[in-house]
Each structure stands twice: as structure tokens, then as C-alpha cells.
Ligand binder design. Structure first.
Ligand SMILES: Cc1cc2nc3c(=O)[nH]c(=O)nc-3n(C[C@H](O)[C@H](O)[C@H](O)COP(=O)(O)OP(=O)(O)OC[C@H]3O[C@@H](n4cnc5c(N)ncnc54)[C@H](O)[C@@H]3O)c2cc1C
Length: 333
């Protein structure tokens, strides 16, 4: 199973490059991911991961970058070292979603926006879905509702916990100023437990994200909440305005592995636990194959044990939050 997951993640990394080419749309894909260490004592874990990837997965593409060379990759004193993965990358997720939607419609699919599924039931060998706009009858139903599944399917809802995350973008910078921040144009995540993630956009803004809130809420002032974190990475941007800020929820599973499966003709995919765009690509492929009668990969995923969060929807966030607080303290030490 671990080897299969590894292979599928590499397949998905190639698939997000290929999808726009196959369907003729643009999503600003840019190759390269830097995994940067904030704390000196975490530098070794980068080297250990590089070794592990080579030994266990025969993946020898990871490049270790020490502090001296880091400014030519990401110009921030906050980091002690980094690992560069050429198969990672970043893209504009809205353009990806719109491009895929167009491809679905071109293939004859119908997308019903602003239509909330309220409940579903099996009627004979078909599924009847009740929505706020009417009923839909289908041969197979795929539940891909992220952290918003709970009312539609409470049993699946108990297996994921909504976690808030939010991002900002600065005003557009002069191209040279933007490029000087991340000369490699890679996306960057740090290896803290509560991580920062950032990249440049095609129009030369810095997009900077932080996570995460286990208690579900979003800061009233997202820009104000992110600003100190952004300034600690790039103090030179103190004069730069934050123009946009937004947030949403991701869904984490107890074992932090994707939760895919089926009951009869009802399929589900959830619990990407912060890995997100690549595993959504995998689950789309795996569930589509299963619907077409090729269930091998779905059967493999269904061997992963997924449990309910203890305490249910009301208590689980409060039980997880102290754990996160403890790891946040460790991040600071
Ligand atoms: C601020 C932020 C930053 C992020 N940054 C990254 C990143 O850097 N890298 C990364 O890989 N991922 C990132 N993600 C996660 C990513 O955007 C997706 O949330 C994740 O890939 C999960 O995808 P999904 O398809 O399961 O869910 P979503 O993309 O959330 O889609 C679920 C859809 O289901 C719909 N839905 C839910 N319930 C119902 C219902 N009852 N009836 C009808 N429709 C329903 C929702 O409206 C939504 O459109 C970020 C998320 C946020 C919020």
C-alpha cells in the first residue's frame, strides 16, 4: 500500500501538468517546491527525508540546499536550509477548477451550481438526491463535500474534522522585486507543525497562507492575522499593502490519510488532511475507475482504517486544539 500511494502521488504530480495540456486550458503551473526549515534542530530531518526518499522509494530528485545557498532560492533569513523537489509545484486552483469544468461540459457533463444536496436515498438500484432546487436521480453518487459533509452524511462527517486555513495576497509588485523574494519561483512551505506556505502569482503578488484553526472560526481581520507571519519571513515587505485575504476549511481525517470508499452505488472521497490538490486528483481517478468496474485501487484505499473523531462534532475540535497548542509551543522553542 505505501508504495502504491507513493506511485499515485507521483502520478498526480504529473497529471496536474498534463490535464491543462490535454484539455487546452491554462492554470499557471510552475514546477518546484521548497520545504524549508525554520529551526536549526529540524535541518537534520530534511536530510533524513532526502535519504529516506532515495533508499525507500528510489526517489533521488530531492536537492538539499544549505543556508549559504538559500538566498538564490528563497531570500529569507528565517530559514536554515531547505529541500527542493522539482516534481512539486504550484498553480492557480481557480483556473484549474474552471478549466476542468469546461472540459466536463465539453464532454457532455452538466454542472448544477448553487444547488445544495440535502439528503439522498437508494431507490431500487438508483440513487435519489434531494436538493434545494429539486430531485436528481442517478446510477452512482459521489460525495466529495470536503469539510461540509456533516448534514448530508453524518456518519462520514464524524470521520473528518474541519480545519480553517487562510491566505492573503499583496498588491502586485514590480517583477524584479517579486522575483528577488523567491528567485527560484518555487512554492515554499516550512517544516513547522503549524506551517506557513507561500508563492508568487503570475501577476507578481506574494500569496501567503497560514493555518490553521481547529475551532472552525476565521479571523475577522485575515490580513491583520497574517501580517506578522508574512513580515517575519520577508521584513522588506513592510511597506507593501495586503490587497486580498480569504479563508476556508480543509478536512482532516484521524490518521491524516485520504478517506475513499463506497457503499453500493454511493462513493465518497474526503480527508485529504492538508495534502489536498494532488490527492483530490488521485481520488477522482480511483473513484471514476471503480464506477467503470475497475475497483483494485479503491479496494486498496478501503483497507486504510478510518475512525470517527472522539467527542463528535462538538467536542472533537476542543480535544484536538490543546494538541495543536502543544505543537505550536514546540515550534516556538
Ligand atoms: C485558504 C485555503 C488555502 C489552500 N491552499 C492549498 C494549497 O496551497 N495546496 C493544496 O493542495 N490545497 C490547498 N487548499 C485545499 C484545496 O483548496 C481543497 O480544499 C482541497 O483540495 C479539497 O478539495 P475538495 O474537492 O475535497 O473540496 P472543495 O474544493 O472544498 O470542494 C467541495 C465542494 O463541495 C460543495 N459541497 C459541499 N457540500 C455540498 C452539498 N451538501 N451540496 C452540494 N455541494 C456541496 C462545496 O460547495 C464545494 O464546492 C487550500 C484551501 C483553502 C481554504
Amino acid at each position: 500500500m505505501p508504495q502504491k500511494l507513493w506511485d499515485l502521488m507521483r502520478w498526480a504530480a504529473a497529471e496536474v501538468v498534463d490535464l491543462p495540456l490535454r484539455h487546452g486550458f491554462e492554470c499557471d503551473y510552475q514546477a518546484g517546491h521548497l520545504w524549508a526549515s525554520v529551526l536549526p534542530r529540524h535541518v537534520n530531518s530534511l536530510k533524513e527525508w532526502q535519504q529516506h526518499a532515495a533508499d525507500k522509494w528510489n526517489y533521488k530528485n530531492l536537492q538539499f540546499i544549505d543556508k549559504r545557498d538559500l538566498p538564490t532560492w528563497v531570500a529569507s533569513d528565517r530559514y536554515q536550509a531547505a529541500l527542493f523537489d522539482p516534481e512539486g509545484g504550484h498553480l492557480n486552483p481557480l483556473k484549474l477548477a474552471l478549466g476542468l469544468a469546461k472540459a466536463i461540459e465539453a464532454a457532455g457533463g452538466v454542472i448544477l451550481e448553487q444547488t445544495r444536496a440535502l439528503s439522498y436515498k437508494e431507490v431500487g438500484n438508483r440513487i435519489q438526491v434531494s436538493t434545494d432546487k429539486g430531485q436528481i436521480h442517478c446510477d452512482a453518487l459521489v460525495l466529495a463535500c470536503n469539510a461540509y459533509i456533516d448534514q448530508l452524511d453524518p456518519a462520514l462527517g464524524r470521520r473528518v474534522l474541519p480545519v480553517g486555513t487562510f491566505v492573503v495576497t499583496t498588491e502586485a509588485l514590480r517583477p524584479e522585486r517579486a522575483q528577488a523574494l523567491i528567485p527560484s519561483n518555487a512554492c515554499v512551505t516550512d517544516n513547522q507543525f503549524v506551517l506557513d506556505y507561500f508563492r508568487l502569482t503570475k501577476d507578481n503578488r506574494l500569496l501567503f497562507g497560514v493555518g490553521c484553526t481547529y475551532l472552525g472560526g476565521m479571523p475577522a481581520d485575515i490580513a491583520g492575522a497574517v501580517r506578522p507571519r508574512l513580515d517575519s519571513v520577508f521584513p522588506s515587505l513592510k511597506d507593501v499593502q495586503i490587497e486580498y485575504g480569504w479563508g476556508g476549511h480543509i478536512d482532516i481525517s484521524m490518521n491524516r490519510a485520504p478517506d475513499m470508499g463506497s457503499r453500493g452505488n454511493v462513493y465518497w472521497m474526503q480527508g485529504y488532511s492538508g495534502h489536498d490538490v494532488l490527492p483530490t486528483c488521485i481520488s477522482g481517478r480511483v473513484v471514476a475507475d471503480a464506477i467503470m468496474g475497475r475497483r483494485e485501487n479503491l479496494n486498496l484505499f478501503m483497507q486504510l482504517q478510518h475512525r470517527d473523531f472522539p467527542g463528535g462534532k462538538l467536542l472533537a475540535p476542543w480535544l484536538e486544539a490543546p494538541g495543536k497548542f502543544w505543537y505550536r509551543l514546540r515550534d516556538a522553542m
